[in-house]
Design a protein around this ligand. Structure first.
Ligand code: AMX
Length: 389
């Protein structure tokens, strides 16, 4: 038997400029994305965890096992203790320009938290972020949307219960929105280590930047329409479709494809089957908003968009992804402005990225941490030359 390290992946010239598709760059302890059966958190299929307490899911990602009942009570109490946001952060949010996208506000909010609250300890900062993000995001909503002054936090309600309380969404059914946000939060927390926002956040942290700066960079990645902002684009896409007549939906999808536009909510870089997180949300829609016009459209799209995408030889995965119906449910539960949807994704995803940053900085390589990221590149069209005097 040879002691030579196992070859995991062979890189050929065709792999260049493919956005590192499929390159294994690190080990990850929090979650796995399997092409066929999708996302697992520390071995548990995501659909099994969808109704878990959000705090228990956070515990799972940070400590790699589910808490006992007593541990969960203690962990919730710890998050309550960590939840006080420095009031200067909220004051700073109040002067941001309303023209800025909510994701730009979120990046600013993380930067303000970092300036005023960082401890410099990745584990402390990671848990503080989890505890404080609900208040920051609720403040972003209220201030930017003009819903009125921020509402005082009641952290003992629970992470998502308190979030819905602090949002004070005009006209919303708080019980329905809480049910949705608890599931939404658990589903969006983590998705392996190679997705753009997580990869970027860990890369920035590898230079020993702090958690807040690293998460700000992550959220800039999540902001892109092909990544996290697809949930906003997807609702706009369903709006533009305008019908739940199956044949008209199919004709609409064909038209978008012919025009070279994306079919939002479908496809994935890794998955090769329907994303189980989409399945959980389609089922939740049956409970929360079965007659909602956007929900009905999304359900028809689940069949007809797949049919059309399957006809395109270049599309590797024609199936729904996590964003196919998430915006539809948020809209039906009172969050009608799709511009904010990526912020809700970020609220949840920061917890998974924080847990992965803790692992990469404090656990990998026997506590030494993953080395500073430094992939190689191949110079092209740069013949050696000199300035002529
Ligand atoms: N609509 C239109 N074209 C699509 C498509 C879709 N839903 N999915 C894939 N394609 C196209 C790609 O643009 C690519 O075209 P090209 O060769 O001309 O550049 C080709 O099919 C092959 O792509 P792929 O290997 O199947 O996927 P990918 O890894 O390059 O891209 C993704 C993955 C998600 C960006 C792509 O499927 C897409 O643009 N989907 C729509 C946007 C969306 O829903 N994004 C959310 C993803 C989940 C998330 O991160 N939140």
């Amino acid at each position: 038997m040879s002691d030579a390290p196992k070859v995991l992946f062979e890189i050929t010239e065709e792999h260049l400029d493919t956005g590192m598709r499929g390159f294994p760059v690190s080990t990850v302890f929090t979650s796995e994305v399997n092409p066929q059966d999708g996302l697992h958190y520390v071995g548990y299929p995501i659909a099994d965890l969808a109704d878990l307490d959000p705090e228990a899911a956070v515990y799972l990602l940070f400590y790699k096992r589910l808490p006992t009942d007593e541990e969960l009570v203690a962990f919730k109490a710890e998050l309550v203790k960590r939840s006080t946001v420095n009031p200067r952060v909220i004051e700073l949010l109040k002067v941001l320009p309303k023209e800025g996208h909510p994701m730009e506000w979120l990046i600013a909010g993380l930067t303000f938290l970092g300036m005023l609250c960082k401890t410099g300890n990745y584990r402390e900062d990671g848990l503080n972020v989890v505890a404080q993000m609900p208040e920051v995001v609720a403040a972003i909503y209220r201030i930017r949307a003009g819903w009125g002054a921020p509402i005082a936090s009641k952290p003992e309600l629970g992470l998502m219960e308190n979030f819905v309380h602090m949002m004070g969404v005009p006209g919303a059914d708080a019980a329905k929105l809480t049910r949705l946000m608890r599931v939404f939060y658990v589903l969006h927390m983590d998705h392996g280590g190679g997705n753009l926002s997580t990869f970027v956040g860990k890369a920035v942290a590898s230079g020993k930047s702090d958690t807040y700066a690293s998460l700000g960079a992550s959220m800039a990645g999540l902001y892109g329409p092909l990544h996290g902002r697809a949930n906003q684009e997807c609702l706009e896409f369903l709006d533009k479709c305008g019908t739940d007549d199956p044949d008209q939906v199919e004709a609409f999808v064909r038209g978008e494809m012919a025009a070279g536009r994306s079919i939002f909510g479908f496809g994935h870089a890794v998955l090769r089957a329907e994303d189980p997180r989409a399945g959980v949300q389609y089922d939740l829609g049956k409970e929360l908003c079965p007659e909602d016009p956007f929900y009905r459209r999304a359900v028809v799209m689940r069949e007809r968009a797949v049919k059309v995408l399957k006809e395109s030889p270049k599309v590797k995965n024609p199936y729904p992804n996590v964003d196919a119906v998430s915006g539809t449910l948020l809209r039906a539960c009172g969050l009608t402005d799709s511009e904010y949807y990526t912020v809700l994704f970020g609220l949840s995803r920061c917890s998974g990225i924080s847990a992965q940053i803790v692992d990469e900085r404090l656990v990998h390589r026997n506590g030494k941490g993953v080395a500073i990221y430094r992939p190689d590149d191949i110079p092209v069209n740069q013949p050696r030359r000199r300035l002529t005097k």
